[in-house]
Design a protein around this ligand. Sequence first.
Ligand SMILES: C[S@@+](CC[C@H](N)C(=O)[O-])C[C@H]1O[C@@H](n2cnc3c(N)ncnc32)[C@H](O)[C@@H]1O
Length: 226
Amino acid sequence: MHEYYEQRAEEYDDWYNRVGRYNDPRTNAAWHAQVAELGREAARFGGMLNRYAGMRALDLCCGTGKWTPFFARSLTGSGRVVAYDYSPSMLGQTRLRLEEEDPALLEKTLFARGDAYYLPFASQTFDLVFFGFWLSHVPHERVAAFFEEIKRVLKPGGNILIFDSAYRPGIPHEEISRRPLNNGTIHDVLKINYTPAELEKLLKQTFSESQARQTFDFFLIGQASR
Ligand SMILES: C[S@@+](CC[C@H](N)C(=O)[O-])C[C@H]1O[C@@H](n2cnc3c(N)ncnc32)[C@H](O)[C@@H]1O
């Protein structure tokens, strides 16, 4: 998994942009509309980060930082978003994105490399923890401990926001997917596609007030609070 994403960093956004092997003219329009819907949800949560100066957000497994600007934008005063990932190349892509989009966002962003299962942050640090397209890679036997770790670093009343691929007819519920990269390598990657009901049930085991829904078909949006 680590090697796969480290090697995929420069081509990762081809997936969002439906370039190359991800291009599918039958569904590109629906895909882009649903990515835009995720953007509106990220903006809604990001918008809550200006309630008071100094709020903190964690973009866990931030990848290329597709969603980081949505959280950085609203922060005021000493407020910061931590872009956190295991892959140095992914963190580099996030930095590039912020530089290109608005260098002022860089000042609101801290970068940290580390493991999602063991977070190097004090308890009750964050007002918001976001993870996009990461939960589907967490094996069933690690989910409970992973959520406990998220809960630990969340402030009381803090929120979590989750984006991921949704289960839909025609794709497996769970698989080890064989994924090629442009450099010719192939990687086996665990992918669990939850339904909204399954995600909500999972979140309820650790968090209060959880909700989950699906965009028209591709994506899952989950939220919960501590
Ligand atoms: C599917 S990408 C998601 C990127 C981004 N969150 C998004 O929504 O586009 C998964 C990310 O998880 C990172 N990752 C994989 N295993 C990790 C781990 N154990 N700890 C921290 N990051 C990890 C990868 O480097 C990759 O950037």
